[in-house]
Design a protein around this ligand. Structure first.
Ligand code: 5GP
Length: 172
């Protein structure tokens, strides 16, 4: 059994995502965004965030990266699914679940920038700032969290528990 300690309940998560959606809506002011959801962890966040954005027209695309084996980072990133849309001259928003060491987002930003978008911004639900190994600019952050492994609401424990509606920290 997975032993989790509650970090953010459903109401807290949804309230924070609502605030983020309003901020992003204001920043893009009626523009059209190409949102890139990073599979698999960001699916729940990307769905809720984009549903709460009311003033921005949104297209959704997906990338998939794998960087983790078990709960330890390797620093080695594999792109296992690339975007299908042409990103040239588009306003692109990467929607990612978490930034930890920064390897994944640093890799992804570089990869997306090579496709010549007009603008590129990043929204993450959680940020483990203390664990950063490479600097990465992130534009929208849901929660700054401690250096603990989190599970639920998209965050997996060996690919399970993503469907929990709350986020907990993994306890021994
Ligand atoms: P980074 O490359 O920044 O070290 O890690 C980013 C990826 O590591 C995330 O997309 C996520 O898949 C995974 N990750 C980092 N921290 C956690 C965590 O606390 N829980 C889960 N489930 N995944 C994490």
């Amino acid at each position: 059994m997975v032993n989790l300690k509650l970090l953010y309940d459903e109401e807290t998560i949804q309230k924070r995502i609502q605030e983020m959606a309003e901020e992003i809506d204001r920043d893009y002011e009626g523009k059209s965004i190409l949102a890139i959801c990073v599979l698999r962890g960001a699916i729940y966040f990307a769905v809720d965030l984009t549903k709460k954005m009311k003033n921005t027209s949104i297209e959704i695309d997906f990338v998939r990266v794998s960087s983790y084996s078990g709960i330890e980072t390797t620093g080695k990133i594999d792109l296992t699914l690339d975007v299908s849309e042409d990103l040239k001259d588009r306003d692109v928003l990467i929607i990612e679940d978490i930034i930890d060491t920064g390897y994944t987002l640093s890799f992804l930003k570089k990869h997306i920038l090579e496709k010549n978008p007009r603008t590129l911004k990043v929204a993450v639900l959680a940020d483990k700032e203390e664990r950063r190994r490479v600097p990465v600019d992130v534009d929208y952050v849901g929660f700054k969290i401690p250096s603990k492994y989190i599970v639920g609401y998209g965050f997996d424990y060996n690919n399970t528990c993503r469907n929990l509606n709350y986020i907990g920290t993994l306890e021994n």
